[in-house]
Each structure stands twice: as C-alpha cells, then as structure tokens.
Write a protein that binds this ligand. Structure first.
Ligand code: PLP
Length: 387
C-alpha cells in the first residue's frame, strides 16, 4: 500500500461516469445531434433515442414512460415537484399546507421555505429521532384538511438514514395528500419503484449513480396536477421547457439500468466493507459516534461525529494523504457551521462541528478501508492535541 494511492470515499457527493455509460452517450453529441422537437430525420432520430431512454427508465421504475420528465439536475426535479404541485393547488384555489422534515436536502428545504416566504404556503416540519428517522405516525398527525403535499426523502445524504417512505406514502394515499420523495441518494442503492412507496412524485439525479452530471429526472404519477416551474416551450409534455439533453437522458437511462442490474450484489459487498469501516473507526477512536441509523442506512454510507474536532479539518488532513471524504453536506461546501441535519438529531454542541462522511463506491476495496483505519485515528488524535 503506497502513501500516494488515491482513495475516493465521497460517492454521495458524486460518482465517476461508468465507461459503459460514456459509450452509450457517445453517438449523441456529434452524430445523432438533432433537436428532439424537430420534425426532420435528424430530430426524429434524437426523439427516438430520447423515448427509448424514457422506456428504459420506466422499466426500472415500473411506471409509464409518459410519467417521466427529464430535468437539468436532481435539484431541478425537486423544484418542479414541489413548486409544480403547490402552484397547481394555488391555481385551483386549494389549500396551501406542506409537510416535510428538518433533515431534507436544501433542494427541498429551500424550495419549501421559498414557497412559504414568497407565496404564503404553510409549512410543518415533523420531528426526527436521534437517528434522523421520521415516525410515520407523526406525519399522519401533521396532515391537516388543507395539506396538499408531503415531502420526505428516501435516504439522507449526510447521515445515510433510510426513511420509512412506504408507510408514509400509504398514509398520504389514505388521506388524499400528494407524496413526493427525494430519491437522489437512494437511486442505485434501494428499490426505486414509486408504486411500492405510494409516491406520486419521485426525484433522482444521474451523477449519483455513475451517470452524467446535470441530468435529473422526475416521476410524476399520471393525473397529478403540476404547473411547470420553468416557463418556455412545450417540451416534456409541457412539464419542463427547454431543448432536451438527449445525450444526458440516454446516459441517465443507461446508468440506471446498470445500477439496477448490480444493485443487490454491489450493495451487499459495500455493506460489508462499510460495516468494517464503522466498526474499525468506533473501536480505534475515542469520543467518536456513528451518526444516522445503525442498520437502516444506505449500504455505502458511513458517517461519524468526533467530539471537539472540526470535521472540515479532518477532511483537509485526509486529503493531504490522498483520501477524499466530506464533512456534512458536500453541497454546502466548506462552511464551518453546524449542519441543519446534525442539529435536528439533537447532538450536543461539542460534537456538532465534528462530522465526517465516508461514502463507498464501486471501486472501493478493502485496502481503501484499511488505509482510512490506518491514518484516521492519528489525525483525530493530533487535532485534539492542538497540533
Ligand atoms: N437531494 C439529495 C438527497 C442530494 O444528496 C442531492 C445532491 O447532493 C440533491 C438532492 C441534489 O441533486 P443534484 O446535485 O443533481 O442537483
């Protein structure tokens, strides 16, 4: 094991594009380059590739192709889901109450905050327990006669906790409330069928499962009222204007198909390595705890809090040794502020800044885990000693 070996343990931030996905996308840059809305042969070739990609995704999600909307990111898919449903309710003059959780990604939390602050929708955040998990009974209790939407993520990006979305979806269905789930971290790691979760809306993002960046997808159950979040042309059945990124859609579809094919076996492999990592860290480092649920967590996800140390500093020290990790949400980027997720867990003050996330992926080996276990205890010890 050499000192210079690069170890990438930040797969919840993003993943490399699988070479098979690159290959599937290759013809759609310069060869089949038509605008999928054009009616000539160039356009029709692009449109046909786009529809094939949609069919592939529909096969993986076990839904209708017409229920799928390609977007420019997971964030955009989530914005479309939340704004789309809220604005459709407003258009009908219906009630304006939204239920969500304090541990959602900013793509959800900032969007519902804006719906509240600028548009007057009301918001209820259901609490989470010390593992960051929502109790479906609390969701049921939060639903009011004017509730239009519940949004609960499938799995958390910072702490890996998997939410009981099927139970939550069932409650929403019984109460006649729409249910959106942010499945961005779950795709390729958990079964993703909206029917199983009684989800009316589900968002994913290709770059989290070895597909290209800048491509997302929203599942919208047939008949769900949705006002487009962007205005423009009539692309994607009037739900998402803008010339469609055909290469991206092809890439998302290819990546999802591959991820689904290997999901069960790869998750079993990663879970074992991940458990080794968790046990090793907890054993070797004092004043350290696992954050998130001990068992109901994403198979590739390990997250810790260290008392009295800054997670960001650990990340820098690991990086100097060629190990890529993250502290809190990668998307929040470098701020030494306690994350909303850790605050929601009720962690004591001296643990709040000490978060470290290590997320494994297809290239992760036992040697990578051994390398982390070799260097991390010393890093934490030196930082605690003020060196
Ligand atoms: N939701 C969750 C849970 C995420 O982890 C992320 C990205 O980290 C997003 C949404 C946003 O996805 P995208 O990067 O495609 O905008």
């Amino acid at each position: 094991m050499t000192q210079n070996r690069k170890v990438y343990l930040d797969h919840s931030a993003t993943t490399p594009v699988d070479p098979r996905v690159v290959e599937a996308m290759a013809p759609f840059w310069s060869e089949v380059f038509g605008n999928s809305e054009s009616t000539h042969a160039f356009g029709l070739a692009a449109a046909s590739a786009l529809e094939e990609a949609r069919q592939t995704v529909a096969g993986a999600l076990k839904c209708r192709a017409a229920e799928l909307v390609f977007t420019g990111s997971g964030t955009e898919a989530i914005n479309l889901a939340l704004r789309g449903v809220a604005w459709a309710a407003r258009q009908r003059g219906d009630g304006g109450h939204i239920v969500t959780t304090p541990v959602e990604h900013p793509a959800v939390s900032q969007t519902v905050a804006q719906l509240r602050n600028l548009f007057g929708f009301e918001l209820t955040l259901v609490p989470v327990d010390g593992h960051g998990q929502v109790d479906p009974d609390d969701v049921a209790a939060a639903i009011r006669p004017d509730t239009l939407l519940v949004s609960v993520m499938m799995a958390n990006n910072e702490i890996g906790t998997v939410q009981p979305v099927a139970a939550i979806g069932r409650i929403c269905r019984e109460r006649g409330v729409l249910f959106h789930t942010d499945a961005v971290q779950a795709a390729g790691r958990l079964p993703l069928e909206p029917d199983e979760m009684h989800a009316d809306l589900l968002s994913i993002s290709a770059h989290k499962f070895y597909g290209p960046k800048g491509v997302g997808l929203l599942y919208v159950r047939h008949g769900t009222p949705l006002v487009p979040a962007l205005t423009g042309g009539g692309h994607e059945r009037g739900r998402r204007p803008g010339t469609v990124n055909v290469a991206g859609a092809v890439g998302l579809a290819a990546a999802l198909k591959l991820a689904e094919e290997i999901r069960v076996a790869e998750c079993a492999r990663l879970r074992q390595l991940r458990n080794q990592l968790i046990a090793g860290v907890l054993e070797r480092i004092p004043d350290c705890r696992l954050t998130g649920h001990p068992t109901q967590r994403l198979c590739h996800h390990a997250s810790f809090a260290f008392r009295g140390v800054e997670g960001e500093t650990i990340v820098v020290q690991l990086d100097l040794l060629g190990i890529a990790a993250s502290s809190g949400a990668a998307c929040a980027g470098g701020e030494a502020e306690p994350s909303a997720v850790l605050l929601a867990l009720g962690l004591a003050q001296d643990w709040l800044l000490g978060s470290l996330r290590l997320t494994l992926g297809r290239a992760t080996t036992e040697a990578d885990i051994a390398r982390v276990l070799e260097v991390l205890p010393g890093i934490v010890e030196r930082l605690r000693a003020g060196e």
